[in-house]
Design a protein around this ligand. Structure first.
Ligand SMILES: [Zn+2]
Ligand SMILES: [Zn+2]
Length: 390
């Protein structure tokens, strides 16, 4: 079959690879009908995340049709079912899965020992996202093996297009969780750093959850207009001071809820801290750029909440922890517990409360994937979200 394969920094190729097969009784094989490039794939493309190997198949946002089912997954799935596959693989049986904490499933990471050592405890297996999270082949491919498939799926009813439901596998529940874990009140101002695909889903989620005002921060004009169309007040950080504008919009009090939809590769105008981060990251003395985190901690209203869906990889420097402690800030973060949210979100799509396909700017064949990685990374051609068709 054909798949998008990682070969090194900024080197993704459309290769021929062996077809996947059932390996475990709870597996299923899905023929991919649509997949997407996620913002967090760019951390792999730029090689900021450790644990990638030459030959790894990328992709963790995909859907398709079940074409083969292992013996123990037959009670939940049959050939012909149409499914979205969540990027967090969950077993449904471990202590964390029973609590609904699917992204920290204790059993789905087959390289558990590696993650135990690095993080103190393992996190869930993820598709196409480094050997630290299991080294599973991803879904930017014609076919994919889904482990623990009897749990790790969202069944799609008839009458919905791929484009309407594809993002249930990642960016929609990711944006939703980021907003939901802020416990948004009708009096709250929610500020969101980053208007990439996850940021866009976060904006719409915060509005659906009833925030008083939602403020979106970015520097790319197309992303800012999409944010505005979704109901946000926008700030272009290259044109105005984020802190001053946020204070202005909140009567000097600061936003109650601050969401980092940027993560480890933060951009900023030439501030002292961002130059420090870039230098240290280039020398491999620091893994992540923490500019957004510092700005959120500074501007957030005391007793407020910081929510972090943006992906970080390792160590960050010069984080003003005393500021956070003394202001009494609550930190909520993590990979998305996808299936915790998908029943509710699928219902909201069916009821027409939201159509996540608004975010798609590019739809191309899988063979065009390598070029689209570059276009998406460089934010050229108005590119906000790419869908690929195998
Ligand atoms: Zn993702
Ligand atoms: Zn589990």
């Amino acid at each position: 079959m054909k798949a998008l394969v990682w070969h090194g920094t900024a080197d993704v190729r459309y290769d021929t690879v062996p077809d996947p097969e059932i390996e475990q009784p709870r597996d299923a094989i899905v023929k991919v009908t649509s997949c997407a490039i996620c913002g967090s794939d760019l951390h792999l493309y730029d090689h900021f995340m450790p644990g990638m190997e030459k030959g790894d198949i990328l992709g963790h946002e995909f859907m398709g049709e079940v074409v083969d089912v292992g013996a123990e997954a037959k009670s939940a799935l049959k050939v012909g079912d149409r499914v979205v596959v969540p990027f967090t693989i969950w077993c449904g049986e471990c202590d964390q899965c029973r609590r609904g904490n699917y992204s920290v499933c204790e059993r789905s990471n087959r390289n558990k020992a590696m993650a135990d050592k690095l993080f103190g405890h393992t996190t869930a297996g993820l598709f196409g996202y480094t050997h630290l999270t299991g080294g599973y082949a991803g879904g930017q491919a014609e076919y994919v093996r889904v482990p623990f498939a009897d749990r790790t799926h969202v069944k799609i009813p008839d009458g919905l297009t791929d484009e309407q439901v594809l993002f249930l596998g990642d960016i929609f529940p990711t944006g939703w969780q980021a907003a939901a874990q802020c416990d948004i009140q009708p009096t709250d101002t929610v500020a969101i750093w980053g208007c990439g695909p996850v940021g866009q889903m976060t904006i719409r989620s915060a509005i659906l959850l009833g925030a008083k005002q939602v403020i979106a921060i970015d520097r790319v004009p197309e992303r800012l207009s999409m944010a505005k169309a979704g109901g946000a007040i926008t700030i272009n950080f290259e044109e105005e001071s984020v802190v001053e504008r946020l204070n202005e919009l909140t009567g000097g009090k600061g936003p109650e809820k601050c969401i980092d939809a940027v993560g480890m590769e933060a951009h900023a105008t030439a501030t002292l801290d961002s130059m420090y981060d870039r230098a240290k990251q280039a020398l491999a003395l620091e893994s992540d750029r923490a500019h957004v985190l510092r700005e959120m901690m500074y501007v957030c209203r005391p007793a407020g909440t910081l929510s972090i869906p943006g992906v970080y990889g390792g160590l960050i420097d010069k984080v003003p922890f005393g500021m956070s402690m003394n202001k009494g800030l609550t930190w909520r973060m993590g990979q998305t517990h996808v299936n915790r949210w998908t029943d509710d979100l699928l219902r909201r799509i069916q009821e027409g409360q939201i159509d996540p396909s608004f975010v798609i700017t590019h739809s191309v064949g899988l063979a065009d994937g390598p070029g689209m990685y570059q276009t998406f990374r460089d934010k050229r051609d108005g590119c906000i979200k790419v869908v690929l068709k195998p």
